[in-house]
Design a protein around this ligand. Structure first.
Ligand code: ZN
Length: 177
């Protein structure tokens, strides 16, 4: 897949991030699931706080797609547990910021969510994650999620070019020093 295509899909995810309400306590992130062999190719999109509660962009992608397949999810993690068999094998997760690997108690991280989505063969259903920037260390320290994803056989690709815009949108609600 070309860099141009990566950037165009990341830009689309960024346009979703702009819809997220600015808050001092989190990053405004946008994400989408893309399958080159599907029609439409963009399976779903999500942004920070789009779904009810303290929800992340990737989490909303999973919740919306589960709902579209008539799998209403009440318990946290349920969407991810059920969704795998419905995802095309070429599904790629695009997210403006790398998926979180630490969250406050009671919330699954997006890394855990991605790892929970399993195909019928038990393998990870999302084999590629494309992100625009690394997660800044501001809230939870260094993000070691990339390693966890790669150890599970998921390719993690950083695509540069939109960092400045992504961070500006992500931190719009933060108190500037
Ligand atoms: Zn997250």
């Amino acid at each position: 897949m070309s860099t141009d295509l990566h950037l165009s899909l990341l830009s689309h995810a960024l346009s979703r991030a702009r819809l997220s309400p600015p808050k001092p306590t989190n990053f405004r992130v946008g994400a989408l699931l893309y399958s080159p062999s599907s029609n439409p190719q963009i399976l779903t999109t999500g942004y920070t706080l789009e779904s009810p509660g303290n929800t992340h962009a990737e989490q909303t992608c999973f919740l919306k797609l589960a709902a579209a397949h008539s799998m209403p999810s009440s318990a946290d993690g349920e969407a991810e547990d059920r969704l795998g068999p419905f995802l095309p094998s070429d599904t790629v997760l695009y997210t403006t910021m790398e998926p979180c690997n630490k969250r406050s108690a009671g919330n699954l991280t997006c890394v855990e969510r991605i790892l929970r989505v399993r195909g019928e063969d038990g393998g990870v259903a999302i084999r590629r994650v494309v992100c625009g920037v690394r997660e800044p260390e501001k809230f939870v320290g260094e993000n070691e999620g990339r390693k966890r994803l790669e150890e599970a056989g998921i390719e993690v690709v950083h695509v540069g070019g939109l960092e400045e815009e992504i961070l500006e949108v992500a931190t719009a609600g933060h108190v500037k020093e």
